[in-house]
Design a protein around this ligand. Structure first.
Ligand SMILES: Cc1ncc(COP(=O)(O)O)c(C=O)c1O
Ligand SMILES: Nc1c(O)cccc1C(=O)C[C@H](N)C(=O)O
Length: 394
């Protein structure tokens, strides 16, 4: 047996998170795409069957109150809050990430005041954030400038209203320095809006500690909420009274059943709600979050770094010289994925998937491998690198 296989066995035997894997539905496939769609937690189907059959089928309309449907967005927000370092009452769940990016950027521009005429957006962002920021800028009468996160400190100035950044780059897996960038944005008098899609559930974020103003994130990646599960929006407590939503639907009204013609926003995170929540998806997410019972996000981070370190050393052994890592080696700059560049990456990923290793391909030449510490083992990291080496050597 190779040394790396033995090493993987030792690492798995010493892994305190290893038992959490049994909380998920998994098979023999090495699933390294949890950074796109997390695996199914085993108890979710029964919970959803109960929601459909009993809460909807039998209780019907009564469930809005009796089954806690009405308050699900803020209740589930409070369940996500500790994972992203937020005290209760600041996170609300609902809508897609894209819609929440829109709410957050428009609200940030409004909070910044009219004399601040420019919004900065991460030039390396997942495209939806760029599209939405452009529209938000146009609607609020601001100009939009795309800069890389490294260029942000120099681009800031008295005209900057808000800056929209990704915590982890979806393509390279680079972790950006949220504390330092947030501090620089604040020093310029602007607001910091963070997209946590690739960090929520993968590493500690520390939203409150670092004074982040607004943040959004999806729940179908490392939070395993299921395909299209609702996103979350964080609004820092001090900003909530002035948070002026561009989508002030009736669910965010102080008295939604008052059916008043004029809008009076609810206090707190509820102000980030819009319309009727997607209850089936929302309650799937709530059930999925139970896998975090007894799990410490710092332990998740430690395992994530150990997994990606180990995978990189296995890649060096099995595929050295055939791929180039575009993910930083420094721990402080790495999220929970490894991105490797190679020729014909699209075809390579197809062959990997046929061989039982699922990652994904992002144009033009990146193979992405996401490591979900709740269910990925070191043996799987070794096997993925070994199969990659075999595929590349043809
Ligand atoms: C950084 C980032 N933002 C946003 C999204 C997606 O937004 P939505 O949930 O609206 O599809 C993704 C991935 O899909 C993403 O990686
Ligand atoms: N949101 C997705 C979807 O609806 C279909 C397929 C993939 C996705 C993704 O999550 C893509 C992902 N954000 C990425 O980092 O590429």
């Amino acid at each position: 047996m190779s040394e790396l296989i033995l090493r993987a066995e030792e690492l798995d035997a010493a892994d305190a998170l290893a038992p959490v894997r049994s909380r998920f539905v998994l098979d023999d496939v090495v699933y390294l795409d949890g950074n796109s769609l997390g695996a199914l937690p085993a108890h979710v189907p029964d919970r959803i069957a109960d929601v459909v059959r009993r809460e909807w089928g039998e209780l019907r309309i009564r469930s809005w109150e009796e089954s806690g449907w009405w308050t699900a967005p803020e209740r589930i927000g409070d369940r996500i809050a500790p994972l992203v370092g937020a005290a209760p009452g600041q996170v609300v769940v609902g809508d897609s990430t894209s819609v929440n990016v829109f709410k957050a950027v428009v609200a940030a521009a409004r909070l910044a005041g009219e004399e601040r005429t420019e919004i900065l957006v991460d030039a390396t962002t997942f495209p939806t954030d760029g599209y939405i920021a452009e529209s938000a800028a146009r609607l609020t009468g601001r100009t939009l400038r795309a800069v890389t996160p490294a260029e942000v400190p120099d681009a800031l100035g008295p005209r900057t209203a808000a800056v929209l950044l990704n915590h982890v780059d979806y393509r390279t897996g680079r972790l950006h320095d949220l504390p330092a960038l947030t501090a620089a944005i604040h020093a310029a008098g602007a607001l910091a809006v963070w997209d946590l899609c690739h960090s929520a559930g993968a590493l500690p974020v520390g939203l409150d500690r670092h004074g982040v103003d607004l943040a959004v994130g999806c729940t179908y990646k490392y939070l395993n909420g299921g395909p299209g599960s609702p996103a979350f929006l964080y609004v820092r407590r001090e900003l909530q009274p002035r948070f002026d939503s561009p989508l002030p639907g009736w669910n965010s009204h102080a008295e939604p059943f008052g059916m008043r013609p004029s809008y009076d926003p609810a206090p707190g995170a509820v102000r980030g709600r819009v319309g009727t929540p997607d209850i089936l998806s929302m309650l799937s997410l709530e059930a999925a979050l139970e896998v975090w019972e007894g799990v410490d996000i710092d332990a998740v981070r430690a395992k994530s770094l150990a997994l990606t370190d180990f995978f990189l050393s296995c890649v060096a052994e099995y595929a050295g010289g055939l791929v180039e890592s575009v993910t930083p080696t420094a721990h402080g700059e790495r999220g929970s994925q490894v991105s490797l560049r190679c020729e014909n990456a699209g075809d390579v990923m197809k062959r990997l998937i046929e061989s039982g290793v699922v990652g994904d391909f992002r144009p033009p030449d990146v193979l992405r491998f996401g490591f979900t510490p709740l269910y990925t083992s070191f043996a799987e990291a070794e096997r993925a690198a070994r199969v990659l080496g075999a595929v590349l050597k043809g």
